[in-house]
Design a protein around this ligand. Structure first.
Ligand SMILES: C[S@@+](CC[C@H](N)C(=O)[O-])C[C@H]1O[C@@H](n2cnc3c(N)ncnc32)[C@H](O)[C@@H]1O
Ligand SMILES: O=C(c1ccccc1)c1ccc(O)c(O)c1[N+](=O)[O-]
Ligand SMILES: [Mg+2]
Length: 214
C-alpha cells in the first residue's frame, strides 16, 4: 500500500519548509505541485488574488469551504489579525488529517478551526458550535455543485451581513455556472470577476468576488 498524493505533499512540506514559517510552507507546496505532482490547491497565481482580497477585508471571522491539504487555509490564516478566527470545513478525513499537520507546521493552529464534516450539515451549526454571529469573509473552494446551495444556506442561516465578501474559486475551470448565474443576477450581491489561470497551468480560470448587500 503506497502513499497518497496528500501524504507526499505533506512530506515535501516537512522536508522543505521551516516550522512556524507560513510562507515557506506555501513555497514548498507550490514547488511540489509545479515540479512533482499537480494538486488542486488554489495555487500561487490565484493565491495572490486571494491574499489581496483577504487583506482588504481584514476579517475577524472567516469561513473556508474545502480544506484539502490546508494550502489556502495557510494563505488566509497567515494574513489574519490577532484574535481573528478561520473556520475551515473538510468532509474527507484523510485530507483533514494531512491539513491538520500542514497547518501545524506553519504554526497557525491557534487561528484555525478545522472541522470535519459536510458543509451542508455544518453551516447551520456554526452559531451553536462556534458562537459565530456572521462571517466577514467566505472562500468557496469545495465541490463546484455545492457553491450555490451553500451560498443560499449561508443567507438562510443569517451568517452573512451587509459587506460580507464571498470569494469563489474555479468559476471558469472546472466551472460553477449555476452559482455564477445566481450571484451575478441577484440584487443582493455586487460581483466582480478576477481573471487568472487554473493552478499551475496555462488554462484560463478565475475567482468571483461577491459582496453581500444585506
Ligand atoms: C479543491 S479542494 C480544496 C483546496 C483548498 N481550498 C486549497 O486551495 O488548498 C476541495 C476540497 O473540498 C472537499 N469537499 C468537497 N465538498 C465538500 C463539502 N460539501 N463539505 C466539506 N468538504 C467538501 C473535498 O474533500 C476536497 O478536499
Ligand atoms: O474539481 C476539480 C478537479 C476535477 C478533476 C480532477 C482534479 C480536480 C478541481 C480542480 C481545480 C480546483 O481548484 C478545484 O478546487 C477542484 N475541486 O475538486 O474542487
Ligand atoms: Mg479550487
Amino acid at each position: 500500500t503506497g502513499s497518497t498524493r496528500p501524504q507526499r505533499l505533506l512530506r515535501a512540506v516537512q522536508k522543505n519548509a521551516t516550522q512556524g514559517d507560513p510562507q515557506s510552507v506555501i513555497n514548498a507546496i507550490d514547488h511540489f505541485c509545479r515540479h512533482k505532482e499537480w494538486a488542486m490547491n488554489v495555487g500561487d497565481e490565484k493565491g495572490s488574488i486571494l491574499d489581496s482580497v483577504v487583506s482588504e477585508v481584514n476579517p475577524s471571522t472567516a469561513l473556508e469551504l474545502g480544506t484539502y491539504c490546508g494550502y489556502s487555509t495557510v494563505r488566509i490564516a497567515r494574513l489574519l489579525p490577532p484574535g481573528s478566527q478561520l473556520i475551515t470545513l473538510e468532509f474527507n478525513p484523510a485530507y483533514a488529517a494531512v491539513a491538520k499537520q500542514v497547518i501545524g507546521w506553519a504554526g497557525l493552529q491557534d487561528k484555525v478551526q478545522l472541522v470535519e464534516g459536510p458543509s451542508g450539515d455544518l453551516i447551520p451549526q456554526m452559531k451553536d458550535l462556534f458562537g459565530v454571529q456572521s462571517f466577514d469573509f467566505v472562500f468557496l473552494d469545495h465541490w463546484k455543485d455545492r457553491y450555490l446551495p451553500d451560498a443560499k444556506l449561508l443567507e438562510e442561516c443569517s451568517l452573512l451581513r451587509k459587506g460580507s465578501v464571498l470569494l469563489a474559486d474555479n468559476v471558469i475551470c472546472p466551472g460553477t455556472p449555476e452559482y455564477l448565474e445566481y450571484i451575478r443576477n441577484s440584487p443582493r450581491y455586487e460581483s466582480r470577476y478576477f481573471k487568472s489561470h487554473l493552478e499551475y497551468t496555462k488554462v484560463e480560470d478565475g475567482l468571483e468576488k461577491s459582496v453581500f448587500l444585506g
